[in-house]
Ligand binder design. Structure first.
Ligand code: 0WE
Length: 254
């Protein structure tokens, strides 16, 4: 087992289709100890049964757009576990209009919210949890190809993911001084709750399937397997990296 007895925090499960659910399931299979964050009462009701199913030890509220909420989460984890070995950051948000209107029309507020929730939250979480992270700890975040190339309508989320990927590189230098690692998985498109809010996602999904080197879309199990590897000691020399788990989609021009 790759993650035996490692204490892993999972931020960003909404339901059983979530990428974070696929990651948590793989972590469980690899012997990890799990705890889950949630945002708001609606998501709490969804996370509770998932935590039970996967043998989670506790759940805790965490609004990554609030320093106080992150600090409170650290306090809870400190009381429950004392220290932590792995943090999975699988959180993003942009106001819906920003993902349908032309990028050029992005408002200052939509830009701020997207970058705050989807990018700044990563260094914020790393810095807050640093005092309770064990030597050899590792952090994982989720990104998307729209950070590097234009994907129609991905818009301000692409800009936020570009900031997130750059943050992974800078954080790798800071965490590296402490023997800790951080990486990103750039996942192919997945039908999640976040994706269901996107007009024309079905069409996009089919296009990715056709173009991908493997001619299929990915599963959250496959993301989970890559995540388990990256967060395990098997990946002890990999840090600051964006690893594509996308059936080879990003290498194809057409
Ligand atoms: O990163 C994402 C999704 C991020 C996301 C989705 C939503 C939908 C509902 C962030 N914020 C919101 N806000 C909402 O109100 N993906 C990689 C999935 C995704 O999102 C797209 C995509 C793909 C793929 C948006 C436009 C075009 C393609």
């Amino acid at each position: 087992m790759m993650l035996e007895n490692k204490k892993c925090l999972i931020l960003g499960v909404a339901n059983q289709k979530s990428i974070a659910y696929g990651i948590a399931s793989a972590f469980r299979r690899e012997g990890a100890r799990l705890a889950f964050s949630y945002l708001g009462e609606a998501i709490k009701k969804r996370v509770e049964p998932i935590s039970e199913e996967l043998g989670g030890e506790f759940i805790f509220p965490c609004d990554v757009s609030s320093d106080e909420s992150i600090a409170q989460a650290v306090q809870t984890v400190r009381e429950q576990w004392g220290t932590v070995d792995v943090i999975v950051h699988s959180v993003a948000f942009a106001p819906k209009e920003a993902l349908s209107q032309p990028f050029i029309e992005t408002t200052r507020e939509a830009f701020r919210v997207a970058l705050d929730v989807s990018a700044y939250s990563l260094p914020a979480v790393c810095n807050a949890f640093l005092p309770i992270m064990n030597p050899g700890a590792s952090v994982l975040t989720m990104t998307y190809y729209g950070a590097q190339k234009v994907i129609p309508n991905y818009n301000v989320m692409g800009v936020a993911k570009a900031a997130l990927e750059a943050s992974v590189r800078y954080l790798s230098a800071d965490l590296g001084l402490k023997g800790m690692r951080i990486n990103a998985i750039s996942a192919g498109a997945v039908r999640t709750l976040a994706a269901s809010g996107i007009s024309d996602f079905r069409h996009l999904f089919k296009q990715f399937e056709d173009v991908a080197a493997l001619h299929r879309n990915i599963t959250i199990e496959e993301i989970g397997n890559a995540a388990a590897f990256l967060c395990s000691d098997m990946a002890s020399a990999i840090t600051g990296e964006t690893v594509f788990v996308d059936c080879g989609c990003h290498n194809m021009a057409l």
